[in-house]
Write a new protein. Structure first.
Length: 388
């Protein structure tokens, strides 16, 4: 089988590697450079603490790859399993966290439900009086997205994947209702501007709806701008602190090096949905001030003398229920899109699932039957509650 994977982020590269491992001939087309989209601006979080079974399963199926990445791919991705700490500040959220912890343990995760007094055992800076409950998983953590991308890219080259950067897909060609190839343009495009293929994988992140439309498929995936900030807190953040999220506001932080922290959160009522080809990649100063203020409401690391060092903005590819679309939408057209900020951590399992859908006819690594796009028509949405 000859497959064109569209999108050179980590989901596309993982899919290309998994397909090549199964014997497929793979061409990967990326309109810019590898990782130019969401991957290069990701925080690198890896967690099992989700509110739905399919997201937990995608995490658990991906985790062995993250934990053994250097052995598999020869690249140290600086994966630090400092854990994730999810904070509830209302009784309603606390009840939800307790139910989710039980779900996660049932699926095979090690999540613990904590009282406010226990929270400071895992993050000394959190004010226990601001918290009603929390959950913690010691095997959650964070890695360097650029290094992970490099590992998958090296693996793709080693497996004979034809990687074409500077190559935009301008159309998906169909014959009798099934994929037969793509039209392409750009510096990396072959002469003739076409690539024949038995299948096409949509792994284009914020551009997902655009590529799907070329195949005659409409999907509710939109780009949403998110920001991150590197700060020097008033009190240094220990490097072994977990990635901590206030679920009431989506405010979150994780340790960097030398006492610094990466801080983020999205606080607007209406999402910012820019053109993915033209948006501000710089952080907004007003947002940065609010971000530090919100972090200070539950954590005493962030006082008045916290200094802003640098920041950036990137794009989530978001669906209405914050779950991806993973399906064969038309014969030979497989989509792995709309991860709503979770694409980095779920990439290893997603690549396997994509290969299974195309080569076996159905997924076996994870049951993704609930991730079809028809759920948006039937109203059978999944609703991930733990979004940051």
């Amino acid at each position: 089988m000859r497959v064109v994977v569209v999108g050179g982020g980590i989901v596309g590269l993982s899919s290309a590697v998994a397909l090549a491992d199964r014997g497929a001939t793979v061409v990967l087309c990326e309109r810019g450079s590898l990782g130019d989209g969401s991957t290069s601006r990701a925080l690198g979080g890896v967690r099992c603490q989700f509110s739905t079974a399919v997201n937990v399963d995608l995490s658990l199926a991906s985790r062995p790859v993250w934990e053994t990445f250097e052995d598999r791919f020869g690249v140290d991705i600086e994966f630090r399993q400092a854990g994730y700490l999810l904070l509830a500040r209302t009784e309603e959220t606390a009840r939800g966290l307790e139910q989710q912890a039980a779900l996660q343990r049932d699926r095979g995760a090690e999540t613990q439900f904590l009282t406010p007094d226990e929270v400071t055992d895992y993050c000394a800076g959190v004010d226990p009086d601001a918290v009603t409950a929390a959950t913690y998983n010691p095997r959650d953590g964070f890695a360097d997205p650029y290094l992970a991308l490099q590992g998958f890219a090296d693996a793709a080259h080693e497996r004979g994947v034809e990687v074409r950067t500077g190559t935009a897909v301008t159309d998906v060609r169909l014959s009798n209702g099934r994929v037969v190839g793509v039209d392409v343009a750009g510096d990396g495009a072959p002469s003739g501007g076409a690539i024949d293929a038995d299948a096409v994988v949509n792994a284009t992140g914020p551009w997902a709806a655009e590529l799907a439309a070329m195949a005659g498929v409409e999907i509710p995936v939109e780009p949403q701008r998110r920001q991150a900030l590197v700060a020097d807190p008033e009190r240094p953040v220990p490097e072994d602190d977990p990635l901590t999220i206030d679920l009431e506001t989506s405010s979150h932080f994780r340790p960097e090096r030398d006492g610094a922290a990466i801080v983020g959160g999205y606080f607007d009522d209406e999402p910012e949905t820019p053109d993915p080809d033209s948006f501000s990649e710089s952080y907004d100063v007003a947002w940065a001030a609010e971000t530090v203020e919100r972090a200070a409401a539950y954590c005493d690391y962030f006082g008045e003398s916290t200094r802003l060092k640098r920041g950036w903005a990137g794009l989530y590819a978001v669906t209405p229920d914050h779950h991806p679309i993973v399906e064969e939408s038309v014969p030979g057209f497989v989509q792995a899109v709309g991860f709503s900020g979770h694409g980095f951590q779920h990439a290893p399992a997603t690549g396997q699932v994509v290969a299974e859908i195309l080569l076996d006819g159905e997924a076996s690594t994870v049951d993704v039957s609930d991730l079809g796009s028809d759920r948006f028509e039937t109203g059978e949405l999944l609703h991930e509650r733990n979004v940051a």
